[in-house]
Design a protein around this ligand. Sequence first.
Ligand code: ZN
Length: 281
Amino acid sequence: MIPAIFSILSGLAFGSFLNVCITRLPQGESVVAPRSHCRRCGRVLTAGENIPVFSWLFLGGRCRSCKAGIGWRYPAVESATCLLFGACYWSYGWSWETIAWAAFCFLVLGLAVMDAETMLLPDWFTLPGLALGMVAAGLRGAGSIRAPQWRAALLSVSFALASAIIAAGVLLLISGVYWWIRHRPGLGIGDVKMIAMLAAWLGLPRTALTFVIAALAGAAYGVLLVARAWRKPLGAHPISAGERQSIATLAIPFGAFLGLAGLYSAFLGEWTLRWYMQFFR
Ligand SMILES: [Zn+2]
């Protein structure tokens, strides 16, 4: 009971902070100052307006002064962070791994949403994520804190680093081939850093699974976009500027799919791979 309450409260608090990061980091703004304010009229939010999920529901998703809409992304990210923190606790119990995986979820969810909204994957999330993945691998290898297995820790860190380098290399290769064929960038360097981070945490088999799921989902999304555009001429129906750009250039926020697939693989990857391998026995 207490862990559940703790998961929910910390999920709401960190989810709320994650929203601030998602809104501000891609714009190059500070995440600590100024205090939370309406993006349109600039009025600083009162404590009562800053309660995760509940304030949004209570205010009907609008600013109290200027009535500007506040996106459903805010309560969605807060709820998703709660669920993910709960999943971490459920998977790892009362251990440092729970905290480590909660940090992973925080960063990956943030990257997914930032990429969906802005097509940007800030270094502020990918690079610390990569470093934390290495630290977590080291701790896992060391076993206990009181009698750490230094050799095993070093081996584990090397393994995470090698996984990150291989995954990044494969993605670079794919993006190079794409460039060679289409003469324009298909994947950004942000995607490369992000998959390196995922590989450090998940290892290569689960990263491969993540990549396959993300590629399939991304392709399905691309087909859906084109089909929608085909049905009605561009501009005839209310599609967002981002969607219009995606259709025009067929640029898909791959990091968003990579993030969602990575979160799936973190919790259900082993299970999925076992299920898949049974067909080859
Ligand atoms: Zn306002």
